[in-house]
Design a protein around this ligand. Structure first.
Ligand code: HDE
Length: 713
């Protein structure tokens, strides 16, 4: 940000002089020129019933500004949500990089983060199956550094020149603009079936990774290999990783689809509300460092963005933590107008020759010039916090009022300013990589292996994750009308794993391949499995949401004690009943209702609790919505607790395989596969603890396995 010039100083003192006046009069409506408005509801007319007049400058200004409210949405990643926060390193990274914001553990670097979906338009639903974008703007003292990553460590294509093709293919088809925010259509799978390099990403794409439970629970990956350069000029390759401290969690497909209707804003609401409540999302930055001489030792090319470096080969070193602690004041001004670009780096961070990255370095700035105009860097959300001086000038929406007569370099009339930043004073110098080669339009031979990491991914999943992936393929390809496309896809799956190809074929009306195209190499990388990762992480129930189903006559201690226990564990309970307002407990206490069976649904919660109380449970048992609520929570493998008469609602909800004969008789707490019950609730503390443990556990997948296995994995 440049120092304020004389004009700006004058303006500021003028505004200051006006301050007492403003405070005295409060905020009155004016035109954009500051002229007071006394009526904004009636246009100026020739006679009360006469035609409107052109001289009504307020009407004209209001309407013409409204007519220009929309700007082009992002061509990809149009739907998103943002938050402010800060980043802090654990200890200096000076050995690896000279980037100043990675040196001092006492410095909090401000950040703005934008999470996004890729395919849908700005008004599409949050919980569709899609890759999630993970962009961070670090406002460092050496200028802005943008991290622009995804929640999946690889990408569909190897060379950026194919990006318009894959995006055209995934977006709604051009003749009828169908389907919105969905890859389940012929064009997408037509493209994929002809581009084998996409198969590794497709495996991730069909996994539960693309059903993110919350922005607070996704990983972030830089995807490309970048470079760290230290003060001595020594460069090393680096891969960036972000891990959410709450763990990585996903929806199940049925849940995600229902949420798209019940609450299309689920992710942005979740992010917003958690920050408002003070449950700040936190993420740890980690890096994989690769010495330049090791570039080709992995058996795949680290410049190829369809490959990742398994953590088992190169460990992830923890670097620092990011905390998101403030919501934007204005969605448009901040989140919509924010502009991220992987080419915006600071000294100490540099590029690799990954052809996907090289293409992005052009695309982001270019699209931002179109979307936001030449001076988008002046917008408050994009402005660096350090001084900016150069000779770029004019253009639409120029907000800097530069002083002086020189706007060229070199100059003597302006004292030579702005001068070149000397070495050692945060001047960026590109890493002087040695290059040689012929000018060719070619793909490197080292980019030719398209399947071994796709197989690695498949081998790394748990059975339940494999089953979900196969079902996702059945859904996606089940929507594809053209048989030849489905057949080509089965051939590609057969290159990944023969068993996988047979399972996919079975659900999409394609003959299963009779023999394997290649032998499965048998290697795996457990770190890519979300379920295996969860086993390693500390389990926490924090910020998980519990629906408490209740009506008049509820047992007050069973509802209030459980609420208290949940709150103490950082779990967020909400009372769901028939009507908004209050319910009256059996002993006459008024209890506030947070949601109704109309405004909420089981898919919005992580767990369900049904307290006792004869009258309350009688009402719930007679209400289909309440029965459906419990049934659906069970189907989605969520924990359910019930006490006293509340157990009756569970019995009515057809919970397959649950034996209620043993369910907490003799006043004992009974837990069975995420179902916590007690017939009389004499020990609420123990019930609460068991329920909280189940919530921290998350899903009870064996319920799915109990169902008739459709795909037979
Ligand atoms: Fe993007 N991408 N992308 N992309 N991308 C955009 O930039 C592009 C790619 C990613 O929150 C656009 O300002 C090309 C990979 C995120 O504002 C556009 C290629 C990864 C966001 C663009 C890629 C991403 C974008 C649209 C292939 C993960 C949202 C608006 C060479 C590492 C940023 C904009 C935000 C946005 C181009 C591939 C992530 C058109 C050409 C790989 C998170 O410039």
């Amino acid at each position: 940000m440049s120092e304020p010039n004389n004009h700006q100083v004058n303006e500021q003192s003028k505004i200051k002089d006006m301050e007492p006046f403003r405070q005295e009069v409060g905020e009155y409506m004016t035109t954009n020129q500051g002229v007071g408005i006394s009526d904004t509801d009636n246009s100026l007319k020739a006679g009360e019933r006469g035609p409107s007049l052109l001289e009504d400058f307020h009407h004209l200004e209001k309407m013409s500004h409204f007519d220009r409210e929309r700007i082009p949405e992002r061509v990809v990643h149009a739907r998103g949500a943002g938050a402010h926060g800060y980043f802090q390193v654990y200890e200096s990274m000076a050995n690896y990089t000279k980037a100043k914001f990675l040196q001092d553990p006492s410095v909090k670097t401000p950040v703005f983060v934008r999470f996004s979906n890729v395919g849908g338009s700005r008004g599409s639903a949050d919980t569709v199956r899609d890759v999630r974008g993970f962009s961070i703007k670090f406002y460092t003292e050496e200028g802005n550094y943008d991290f622009v990553g995804n929640n999946i460590p690889v990408f569909f294509i190897q060379d950026g020149i194919k990006f318009p093709d894959i995006i055209h293919a995934v977006k709604p088809e051009p003749n009828n603009e169908i389907p919105q925010a969905s890859s389940a259509h012929d064009n997408f799978w037509d493209f994929i079936s002809l581009v084998p390099e996409s198969m590794h990403m497709i495996m991730w794409f069909l996994s539960d990774r693309t059903l993110a439970k919350s922005y607070r629970m996704i990983q972030g990956f830089g995807v490309h290999t970048f470079r760290f350069v230290n003060e001595q000029g020594k460069a090393r390759f680096v891969k960036f990783h972000w891990k959410p401290l709450l763990g990585v969690h996903s929806f199940v497909w049925d849940e995600a689809q229902k949420l798209s209707g019940k609450d299309p804003d689920y992710h942005r609401r979740d992010l917003w509300e958690m920050i408002e409540m003070g449950h700040y999302p936190e993420y740890e930055l980690g890096v994989q460092i690769i010495e330049e001489e090791d570039e080709l030792k992995f058996g795949f090319d680290i410049l190829d963005s369809t490959k990742f470096i398994p953590e088992e080969l190169v460990p992830v070193i923890p670097v620092g933590k990011m905390v998101l602690n403030r919501n934007p004041d204005n969605y448009f001004a901040e989140t919509e107008q924010s502009a991220f670009h992987p080419g915006r780096v600071v000294p100490g961070i540099d590029f690799s020759d990954d052809p996907l990255l090289q293409s992005r370095i052009f695309s982001y700035h270019d699209t931002q010039l179109y979307r936001l105009g030449a001076n988008f860097a002046h917008l408050p959300i994009n402005r660096p916090v350090c001084p900016v001086h150069n000779n770029q000038q004019d253009g639409f929406m120029q907000t800097n009022i530069k002083q002086g007569r020189t706007n060229y370099y070199p100059n003597s009339l302006g004292g030579g300013c702005p001068m070149m930043t000397p070495e050692g004073m945060s001047a960026f110098s590109h890493y002087s990589e040695q290059l040689e080669g012929n000018k060719v339009r070619k793909r490197s031979e080292t980019f030719k292996d398209h399947f071994s990491q796709a197989t690695l991914f498949w081998n790394s999943l748990t059975d339940i994750e494999k089953e979900h992936l196969v079902k996702a393929a059945h859904f996606e390809l089940g929507k594809v009308q053209t048989l030849a496309i489905r057949e080509r896809m089965v051939e590609l799956f057969n290159q990944v794993d023969h068993e996988l190809a047979k399972l996919v074929a079975k659900g999409i009306g394609v003959a299963a391949p009779t023999k394997a195209a290649t032998e499965n190499h048998g290697k795996s990388s457990p770190a890519v499995s979300m379920e295996k990762m969860k086993e390693k992480m500390e389990k926490s129930a924090k910020t998980r949401q519990v629906a408490i189903l209740a009506a008049d006559g509820v047992n007050s201690s069973q509802i209030m004690e459980m609420k208290e226990l949940l709150k103490q564990a950082g779990v967020l309970p909400q009372i769901v009943s028939e009507f908004k307002g209050t319910i009256k407990s059996a002993d006459g206490q008024e209890i506030e209702v947070n949601q109704t069976f109309l405004t909420a649904a089981s898919v919005m919660f992580d767990a369900v609790y049904v307290p006792g109380g004869k009258q309350s449970v009688e009402m719930l048992v007679n209400k289909d919505d309440a029965i459906e609520f419990v049934h659906e929570a069970f189907k989605h493998c969520k924990p359910i607790a019930a006490v006293g008469e509340g157990v009756e609602l569970l019995k009515q909800a057809h919970l397959k395989g649950v034996n209620f004969d043993k369910a907490g008789s003799n006043g004992k707490v009974h837990t069975d596969n995420g179902i916590v019950t007690s017939q009389n609730g004499s020990d609420m503390h123990s019930i609460g603890q068991k329920f909280i443990e189940a919530i921290a556990q998350g899903r009870f997948w064996s319920r799915e396995q109990m169902e008739k296995k459709m795909v037979g994995v």
